[in-house]
Write a protein that binds this ligand. Structure first.
Ligand code: NAP
Length: 248
């Protein structure tokens, strides 16, 4: 069945892979991105070349008006929303907590936690059958860091992902009676540019051999799980936190 979905942080990496796979299913995709317009434009062009529909808008998930604008643009372009992937997230260069600046901690929490909660709020407003939505599904992009803790690297990031798991459990219970399923994915070491933004471009491949499956994951392997969770095939799955980690 055709759907309209929203993806935060859709321009690159895992969000991009989710957008392409959704488009291949015939779903319409609205996504936002922080600043990389060429990447976003390339994604829209790729989806349109597949015969799909996509719209990408610049917006910071930690900005209330900009996140609300994403939902308004999506609705105006494609009609009622069926699903939301709360995906946008950042890491910062590896450091011990004792050495982290106030600004770093504030930015981490603003984007990864406040941004996710704002997106979840808009998703609940758009999807809940109690609020004139038609029901649907939400997928939250957590991380294996939520259970590993990421000592010496980024405990701040790991803590924000712990918040994602808790948000998923609570929202699944809150929104289940309102026709909305809520699940999280914990990706492991996935080959995207997020590692470069944390100062370790080769991190996924350097640590890949330590993973039980012996390699890093690809964004498309995370997207497959996310699109399944949004699909009707996962109709009795809610409140789940799914590791996509190669066993890490
Ligand atoms: P990525 O390659 O760095 O891509 C991040 C995307 O999010 C980009 O499109 C970026 O926009 C966008 N973005 C960043 N900050 C934003 C903001 N404030 N508002 C809106 N969009 C924003 O990251 P990724 O590896 O795909 O990660 C996606 C999610 O998976 C994150 O939540 C991350 O924590 C999680 N995850 C990733 C891994 C991994 O190994 N890759 C592992 C576990 C969990 P621009 O393109 O404009 O910069």
């Amino acid at each position: 069945m055709s759907k309209t979905i929203i993806i935060t942080g859709g321009g690159r990496g895992i969000g991009r892979a989710c957008a392409v796979l959704a488009a291949k299913r015939g779903w319409s995709v609205a996504f936002n991105y922080r600043s990389n317009k060429p990447a976003a434009d390339a994604l829209v062009a790729e989806i349109e070349a597949l015969g799909g529909k996509a719209i990408g808008i610049q917006g910071d998930v930690s900005n209330e008006a900009e996140t609300q604008a994403l939902f308004a643009v999506a609705r105006a372009a494609f009609g009622a929303i069926d699903g939301v992937i709360i995906n946008a997230g950042i890491v910062a260069p590896g450091a011990q907590v004792a050495d982290m600046s106030f600004e770093r901690l504030q930015t981490m929490i603003n984007i990864n936690v406040l941004g996710a909660l704002l997106t979840a709020r808009e998703a609940a407003r758009a999807l809940s059958t109690k609020r004139n939505g038609k029901g649907g599904a939400i997928v939250v992009m957590s991380s294996a860091a939520a259970r590993l803790g990421s000592p010496g690297e980024y405990v701040d990031y790991a803590a924000t992902k712990g918040a994602m798991d808790t948000m998923t459990i609570g929202l699944a219970k809150e929104l289940g009676p309102e026709g909305v399923r809520v699940n999280a994915i914990r990706p492991g070491l996935i080959d995207t540019e997020i590692h470069a933004s944390g100062g370790q471009p080769d991190r996924a491949f350097a640590l890949g051999p330590t993973v039980p499956l012996g390699r890093p994951g690809q964004a498309e392997e995370v997207a497959a799980a996310a699109i399944w969770l949004l699909s009707d095939d996962a109709s009795y799955v809610t409140g789940a936190v799914l590791d996509v980690t190669g066993g890490r």
